[in-house]
Design a protein. Structure first.
Length: 587
């Protein structure tokens, strides 16, 4: 025997009084039981049965006289029949007293017990259970079987609030029942198993509206069911697994408008389905994964297809699409891949067509047309990485500005440049947007230069013409000016004017100057800044030698010889200055 080390005086006193009570009550209980047996229904029925047996043992014999009959109303009834009826009534009464009365008592009469008391043990019948602290608060009203709560009943909390009403099995909610909020409103109504929602049932919001109705398994929504918003509108209709949307179903907005119809997995769109906007318009129809557009699908806007193709995590992968800007204007229509414009397409700006052609990775690529705000073409040709590349034409209005080759958006290669009136300005080679290499310059549609260019200027060998197509220069150029060896011609007659060296557009170095009218030599020798300088020879209009010697700034200077105009003989010889002889040479 084990002791806890703590002696409870009050408990020991109660045990002592209980034993004394049994000692004094035993003789009284024996006498009481004897009286009960004497007046018990079973004892009375037994005595009555003995008397009736004597009378009915010869029941098969016919009555011999009227003394064996009873007059009941206007009819005689054999006493044996009366005794038999009395016997049967006694048997029925005894059966009712022995079997039926306990059932009636258990069914319609309620016993009151303190919960978990010894009196509950083995009891079968309707009970009222009180709390074991105050013994005043009713915790349960219902049926017990063999001391266990089984069957119909009502469960309360310690404050008298109804918790559950329905069927019990071994003290647990089982079968049909109903749970309640502390306010008294229904929380759940339906089927239970082992204290959990299991089977068909309806779950309510604390305010009273239906929250869910359908199938349950172990407290989870499971199988077919319908969920509701607090405002009473349907939130979901379909299949559940462990309380989550799984399988086919329909999801709704709070106003009852259909939001999604299709397949689910763990509360997310998964599989094939259709997505709708708050006005009920179809937004997307296709495949989903983990709540996002994944796989093949079609995007819609106002009933029209925006895009049909592949998606990856809500991003457009590949297909045909129609996109809009924030103001609802068309932004793009055409192919798309990995979320970028791809293939044939049209790009818009502020609702106006900007580009019509092919794309690659979101950029202009291949052939296409670029448009201005007025809707007119500003470029038609080839693109690469979003820039003009290859052959193309730039327009101003309906006039061509440039037709030719491009590299990275700049004129490069062979091309033709026009002014805004559409007249040809240049035809030839370009580099980085400038004239480079061989080309021709035009003025009013007429060639004014045919030759080489560098960095947009005449550089190298070339020929210059005037507006009358007369050659005025044939030679070398540096930065648009005559420089190096060249020939200058008269702009009217085309006759040779100068043949020699140039620097920065002026005669410089050795050269020959001619009279264009007579095509005869005027001067040959050195030049500086367009004037005679250095050694040279000056000729008269008739071609005869006029002077031979040094020059400075166009005048005779230094040693020289002046010849007679009539005879050609030496007229003066010596040192000249500013065109005058200052020192005559002695012979």
């Amino acid at each position: 025997m084990k002791f806890s080390g703590h002696f409870d005086l009050l408990r020991a006193f109660r045990l002592f009084t209980k034993k004394v009570k049994r000692i004094f009550a035993a003789p009284i209980q024996l006498a009481y039981q004897k009286v009960i047996r004497m007046v018990s229904p079973a004892s009375i029925v037994g005595k009555m049965s003995e008397d009736i047996k004597v009378e009915v043992k010869d029941i098969r014999k016919k009555p011999a006289s009227l003394e064996e009959y009873y007059l009941i109303g206007k009819h005689y009834v054999a006493k044996k029949i009366v005794y038999l009826a009395a016997f049967l009534a006694t048997v029925v009464t005894a059966f009712f007293i022995m079997a039926g009365l306990p059932w009636v008592q258990a069914k319609f009469f309620t016993k009151t017990f303190v919960v978990n008391s010894e009196k509950m043990q083995g009891y079968t019948g309707r009970v009222r259970l009180l709390d074991n602290k105050t013994e005043r608060n009713v915790l349960f009203i219902g049926r017990m079987e063999d001391g266990r709560i089984n069957g119909e009943g009502v469960l309360y909390d310690y404050h008298g609030n109804k918790l559950y009403q329905g069927n019990f099995l071994m003290e647990m909610y089982d079968g049909s029942g109903e749970t309640f909020y502390s306010s008294g409103q229904t929380c759940y109504k339906g089927e239970f198993s082992a204290n959990k929602y299991d089977g068909k049932g309806t779950l309510y919001y604390q305010g009273g509206g239906v929250r869910y109705e359908g199938q349950f398994v172990q407290n989870f929504y499971e199988g077919q069911g319908t969920g509701y918003f607090p405002n009473g509108e349907v939130s979901f209709v379909g299949e559940y697994v462990q309380g989550m949307y799984n399988g086919s179903g329909k999801l709704y907005y709070r106003d009852g408008t259909l939001k999604y119809k299709g397949e689910f997995a763990e509360n997310q769109y998964n599989g094939r389905g259709s997505l709708y906007d708050e006005e009920g318009g179809l937004v997307y129809k296709g495949e989903f994964a983990a709540g996002r557009k994944n796989g093949e699908g079609v995007l819609y806007r106002d009933g029209e297809v925006l895009y049909a193709g592949s998606f990856k995590e809500d991003e457009i992968v590949e297909g045909t699409v129609l996109l809009y800007d924030k103001k609802g204007r068309v932004k793009y229509s055409g192919g798309i891949k990995d979320g970028k414009y791809q293939g044939e397409g049209k790009l818009y700006r502020s609702g106006k067509l900007l580009y019509n052609g092919t794309f690659s990775e979101g950029k202009y690529e291949g052939r296409g047309r670029l448009y201005g705000d007025d809707g007119k073409v500003i470029y038609k040709g080839e693109f690469a990485a979003g820039a003009y590349e290859g052959k193309g034409t730039i327009y101003a209005g309906k006039k061509k500005v440039y037709t030719g080759e491009f590299v990275q958006g700049k004129y490069e290669g062979k091309g033709e440049l026009h002014d805004y009136a559409g007249r040809l300005v240049y035809s030839g080679e370009f580099l980085s947007g400038q004239y480079e290499g061989k080309g021709k310059e035009y003025k009013e549609g007429v060639v004014v230069y045919d030759g080489e260019f560098a960095e947009g200027m005449r550089s190298g060998s070339g020929k210059e013409y005037n507006e009358n197509q007369i050659l005025v220069y044939d030679g070398n150029f540096v930065q648009n000016r005559y420089e190096g060896i060249g020939k200058l011609f008269d702009g009217k007659s085309g006759s040779l004017l100068y043949d020699g060296e140039f620097y920065q557009g002026q005669y410089e170095g050795t050269g020959k100057l001619y009279n264009p009218a007579r095509e005869i030599l005027v001067y040959e020798g050195g030049f500086h800044q367009g004037m005679y300088e250095g050694e040279g020879k000056l000729y008269r209009k008739n071609g005869m030698l006029q002077y031979e010697g040094g020059f400075l700034k166009g005048n005779y200077s230094g040693n020289g010889v002046l010849y007679s105009a009539s005879t050609g003989e030496i007229k003066q010889e010596g040192v000249f200055k500013d065109g005058e002889l200052i020192l005559k040479e002695e012979k």
